[in-house]
Design a protein around this ligand. Sequence first.
Ligand SMILES: [Zn+2]
Length: 82
Amino acid sequence: MTRLLLFALFFYLGYRLLALVGRVLFTRPAPPPAHTREGEEMVRDPQCGTFLPRSDAVAAMVAGEDHYFCSSACRDAYRGKG
Ligand SMILES: [Zn+2]
């Protein structure tokens, strides 16, 4: 019985140790999102207000003006709005 308890304790400690090591090894500071490339012009989606790099934006001419959207869904919604 004691041996079983020891085994369980050992197993638990080993597990905790592995979890700790794993956390140290695999947890890195979150990399900057791809949307913060430096030196790139940021544009604002007039539909939802999101800022994103111009190269990632969906460009559309709305009412004679160039607008940049985070997605075609936003573009369509903005167009629909008028
Ligand atoms: Zn949007």
